[in-house]
Structure formats: C-alpha cells, structure tokens
Design a protein around this ligand. Structure first.
Ligand code: ADP
Length: 549
C-alpha cells in the first residue's frame, strides 16, 4: 500500500512536469517567451529565443524593399512598414486587406496571374502599385512560397523601380544626347576630314606647282633662314654649280662666289639679315666648269602676322650677257667719244678763226650764225665730255689733281654763270663765307653746274632756284633747290644710276642720264656724299657735302 502511494506521487510529479513543459513549448511557439533559464550540471543557463528571431524582424523592418505575406485568398497576413509607406496606407489597415486593392485596375490581371503562377514556382513581374496620392509607382514583385503554421503563404518582396525607372529615363535621355553629340561629332569630323583632304590636296598641288615653277624658271632660287643659313635651292642651282646641298647648303655657297666679290656680298647679306631690308647685289658665281658668270641677286624676307621674318626668298639672275653688252657699249662710247673729240676741237678752233677774221667786215647775220654754231659746239663738247667721263669711270681712270678749293667762290662763279645762261630764271643765294675743301675745281664746278642745269631743266613753271652753302659739322654743304616736278621715293633711289632717266611723258626733256652718275662718282672720289630730298610735284633739293680742310 505504501509502494502504491509512492508510485501515485511520482506519476503526479511527472504529469506536472509534463504540463509545465507543454506550457513552455506553447509559450515559445506563440512568442510569449523570449528566454529560458535552464538548470543543468553547470548551474542555471539563460537561453534567449528572441535574439535570433529579432535579427530577421529588424532586417525586414529596416530594408528598403517592401515585404508582404499573403494567404491563398490574396489577403495580406503581414507587411513591413516600408510596404505600408509605398502603398501610402497605415500598417494596421494594410494587414488584413487584399493585396489587389493596392494595385490599379490595369495591373490587376497581371497581379492575379503572377500570384497564381507563384504558388508553383518562384516568379517576378513588374506591377504598378498605386500610392495614396494617385501616383502610380512601378514596382518589381518577387514571389515565393513559405510554409507557415496555418498552411502555405506567399511571400512577396516589392522593389520600388521608380528611381530605377527615372535613372533609366535619364540614362536614355543621356544616351540620346550622347548619340546626338556623337552624330554631330561624326558629321563635324567628316566635314573636317573632307576639308583637310581638300586642303592637303590643294597644298600638294600648290607645293608641286611651286616646285615645278621654281625648278623651271631660268633663275637660280634659294630660301634662307633668318640666321642666313640656306635651307633650299631649286634645280637650276644644282645644275649650274654642279654641287649638291651638302656642300652648298647653310653658308656653303660662299665657296662659289668670286673671291673679289665675296667681301661686298657678305657685307650686304649681313646688313639685310640685320635690318630686314631687301638684299640686292651683283656678284660672280662659279659654274660647274669653273667659269665665273655675273649674277644679280635679290632676296626678300617673308614675314608672319607679327612681322617677324620666317625666311628669305632669293633669286640669282644670270646677267653675264648684259654685262658684256654693257662693256661693249662702254667700249664703243669710249672710242666714239674719243674719236669725236678731235674733229670737234678743230671745228671749234676753225669757228673761232672765222669769228675773228676781219670782224668788222662780217655781216651781222653771219656773226649771229657763228655764235649759234658756238653754242651748239659747246653743248656737243659737254656731251662728249660726259660720255668720255662715263667710260673713264667704268675703266677706273677718272683722274684729276686735288688742290685747296674755295667752295664759296666756286659757287658764286657758277651762279653768275647760270644767271648769264638762264636769264629768265631767278637765282637766290644763301652763302656762308670762305669754306675751303680739298678737291678739283673743274670737277666740282662740273657737279654744281649739273645740279643747276637740272634744277632749271625740271622746273619749267617756277623759275626760282635757291643755292645755299653752309658749314655743317666740319663739312661744307652745298644745295640747289628748285620748285619743279620733283621725284618719288623709288625714283630718288635710282637717279644716280648710269643712264637712268625718269620716264615722264608730260615733262620730257633731252638728256642721257649721265650727269648725276658722274657727279656721284666725283663727289665720292672727294670723300663726300651726294643726295636728294624731294617729293613728286613739290620740287627737289639736291645737295653734296665735302670735308672741310
Ligand atoms: P639727265 O638730266 O641728262 O637725264 P641726270 O643724271 O642729270 O641725267 O638726271 C637723271 C634723272 O634724274 C633725270 O632724267 C631726271 O629724271 C631726274 N632729275 C634730275 N634732277 C632733277 C630735278 N631737279 N628735278 C626732277 N628730276 C630730276
């Protein structure tokens, strides 16, 4: 009896423990218990049930996607706050509502179909969700089934695609803009390519044209850099010299210039490089067979927009034949004037004899004829003298003795003489006293008379001529000013050349263009300078300066 009681007590104890265990399990199952304190061999232990579950709960709550669980009737069993926000509905109202109520009519069929197929397999589809503001929100519904206590449910993750859509739209727009820009760039590129092609073609043609031209002109041509180094020649140069670029490029051309012309050539070349003024020089170049021929060199600088010299373009023209012609002409002038001089002198002598013969018995008309013949013979004589002087200058034989010359006196005499010859002209003098120079009286008289003759000859409308003599820095400066036709700048640079005359049909006068050439030669032989200040139509002032003794 006592043993039976003990068994009953044990059964009651066990039943109590079982009931307690069942209650605990139920509490855990329904989420009423978060932790358990279990007593084992190591004492009391705390087992947290909540911690593991909470991680997922927090994760679901905080994730940026909406999370929804629906049952087979499409009723929302659970949804997270994010979904409620997306659907613009309070959370408690969303739970228990049909999911379809958050979808606009046009998406309802698609949702139904999606849900239907999702019970069998994982599915995803783009569905429009209407938010409270009536604005549609493009979302991706990704569905899969989950087993719950109450049976199988469908879990749906709702991803807002509007940002993606917007980005996509922006991307599309950007793409379109990019495509447009690309098309424009391509168009531009094509145009550019065409232009470049065209330009290159033009350039090639023009370069070929230039090459063809330079290689076929009779002159030798070159281009040189601002430092003087030659960087190209045309074919004529190589044909003439028989040398290549290696030997004649840079400054190698110096070897081909006649030794007598080299110094002068280098001086002028250096001057032009330094000043940018045109280079012009006559010199002899050695031909491939060793023969030197005269050439006229001219080079002009080519400048950029800023006025800086990029390079020089030069030509060398063969003037050997002209030089020879000139020499022959000079020789002929020399011989002819010499031959003419003797009969002219005797003619003058005979005329003087006639004039002096029984003077009182000659009828006046004969005396008049004799005087006229005398004037003509004098003109002829001065012409022949000029011709003789020119050929003497050419031969380097214009020689004369040098003495002290009173320039003031000489000018007074010349003016007196001019007043006598050109009685219709008014000669004004501004003369400083007794300036003495070293020179040849006759030759200086010849120079001054030539300037006065020209002043008269080239100022037919205004007959005033001014002659001045001034002391100017240890020099005597003599000038003759007229108010005649004047000279342009280019003419002024050429009038001292041999046989140069200004071509002017309106003011044609007789002359051979020798006077100023001889004058310049005489003045430079006196260590002096001769020059002109003039303007077309405004008259001219010719002057020369000689060092005072
Ligand atoms: P010519 O007078 O015999 O032609 P010149 O050597 O004396 O030769 O002069 C050369 C040229 O200079 C002349 O042909 C003329 O055109 C010009 N010339 C000289 N003097 C003057 C002047 N006073 N006024 C204008 N032109 C002048």
């Amino acid at each position: 009896m006592e043993q039976q009681d003990q068994h009953s007590e044990e059964i009651r104890e066990l039943r109590f423990q079982l009931e307690e265990a069942q209650e605990t399990i139920n509490a855990i199952r329904t989420g009423q218990v978060d932790a358990l304190v279990v007593k084992d061999t190591e004492g009391h232990q705390l087992y947290t049930l909540k911690t593991a579950d909470q991680t997922y709960r927090v994760f679901i709550e905080k994730m940026s996607e909406g999370a929804v669980t629906i049952n087979s009737e499409g009723i929302i069993l659970y949804c997270n706050t994010r979904f409620a926000l997306m659907a613009d509905t309070p959370l408690e109202k969303a739970i228990g509502a049909p999911l379809a109520s958050f979808v606009p009519d046009q998406s309802k069929t698609a949702l139904e179909e999606l849900i239907q197929s999702s019970w069998n397999e994982e599915c995803r589809l783009e569905i429009i969700l209407k938010d409270g503001g009536g604005k549609d929100m493009h979302c991706m519904f990704s569905c899969n089934t989950i087993d719950l206590d109450g049976g199988t449910a469908l879990s749906i993750i709702v991803t807002d695609l509007s940002l993606l859509k917007e980005t996509e739209k922006q991307l599309q727009l950007r793409n379109e803009q990019l495509e447009e820009s690309r098309a424009n760039a391509e168009k531009l590129n094509n145009t550019l390519e065409a232009t470049v092609k065209e330009r290159t073609h033009d350039l090639v043609i023009s370069r070929e044209h230039f090459k063809l031209l330079t290689n076929n002109i009779v002159q030798m041509t070159w281009t040189n850099l601002p430092d003087g180094n030659v960087n190209s020649y045309n074919q004529r140069w190589y044909d003439y010299t028989g040398k290549d670029f290696e030997t004649t490029g840079g400054l190698g051309w110096k070897e081909l210039i006649h030794p007598d012309d080299l110094k002068m050539t280098i001086e002028k070349y250096t001057h032009s490089l330094a000043t940018g003024e045109m280079f012009e020089v006559e010199n002899r170049y050695k031909r491939h067979d060793g023969v030197y021929r005269w050439h006229l060199n001219r080079a002009q600088p080519l400048k950029n927009d800023k006025g800086e010299i990029i390079f020089w373009v030069g030509t060398a023209t063969d003037i050997e034949d002209q030089k020879r012609e000139m020499d022959r002409k000079d020789e002929f002038i020399g011989i002819a004037s010499h031959e003419l001089k003797t009969p002219l002198t005797s003619l003058k002598g005979y005329l003087q004899l006639i004039a002096g013969y029984k003077k009182e018995q000659l009828p006046p008309i004969i005396t008049q004829y004799i005087n006229k013949a005398g004037v003509s013979i004098n003109k002829l004589q001065s012409l022949i003298n000029d011709l003789l002087d020119v050929s003497k200058i050419k031969a380097g034989r214009l020689e004369y003795s040098l003495n002290d010359v009173n320039i003031t006196e000489l000018v007074n005499q010349c003016v007196e003489n001019a007043e006598h010859v050109y009685s219709s002209y008014i000669f004004e003098k501004q003369i400083e006293g007794d300036l003495i120079v070293k020179g040849n009286n006759e030759r200086l008289e010849q120079v001054l008379m030539n300037l006065i003759n020209n002043a008269v000859k080239y100022s037919q409308n205004d007959k005033n001529v001014l002659i001045t003599v001034k002391k100017n820095n240890n020099k005597a400066r003599v000038s003759v000013t007229d108010h005649g036709i004047g000279l342009s700048q280019p003419q002024q640079t050429r009038i001292f050349e041999r046989f140069y005359r200004v071509e002017d049909r309106k003011n044609m006068t007789s002359g051979l263009g020798m006077g100023l050439y001889i004058s310049q030669e005489i003045i430079s032989n006196h260590n002096g300078t001769i020059g002109v200040d003039s303007e077309t139509g405004q008259g001219s002032t010719f002057y020369f300066e000689l060092p005072l003794v």
